[in-house]
Design a protein around this ligand. Structure first.
Ligand SMILES: [Zn+2]
Length: 133
């Protein structure tokens, strides 16, 4: 994904100044860059689907629920993200919940995934846990 493209998460920022900096910097051996809130992590994970970055998705997945490997469906074009609601998930919380609607196109069909995701903070980093009930 080009750095000057509009960020897929609909923040209104460019990719490189929004989610792209986490995709670029999360595994920096000097100063790793990690989203500071559950919502920012959620946005950057949505953008990782859009930018085909399974490495980032696995790295930000909590170890207990993380799949061994992840192959993204390249048919799915993730088009927009709408954050519906957030609970906790701030820098001083240990858990967070983000409800969102992610819209995609697959071939000629469009669809939307409405999900309530749970996040946990471990060792100062937010991780995706699972889809909440
Ligand atoms: Zn973004």
């Amino acid at each position: 994904m080009h750095k000057d493209t509009r960020c897929p998460c609909n923040s209104g920022e460019t990719y490189s100044s929004c989610c792209g900096r986490y995709h670029q910097g999360f595994n920096d051996p000097e100063v790793p860059l990690w989203p500071g809130t559950a919502e920012t992590l959620m946005r950057s994970r949505f953008s990782a689907f859009a930018a085909n970055r399974p490495d980032y998705l696995l790295a930000t997945w909590f170890q207990d629920t993380r799949p061994a490997e992840l192959e993204l469906d390249t048919d799915m074009v993730w088009r927009s993200l709408e954050i519906v609601n957030t609970e906790a998930g701030g820098p001083f919380d240990s858990t967070g919940v983000v409800e969102f609607i992610a819209r995609y196109k697959q071939g000629k069909k469009t669809g939307a995934q409405h999900e309530v995701s749970s996040f946990v903070r471990a060792n100062g980093r937010w991780y995706y846990l699972d889809a909440a009930d």
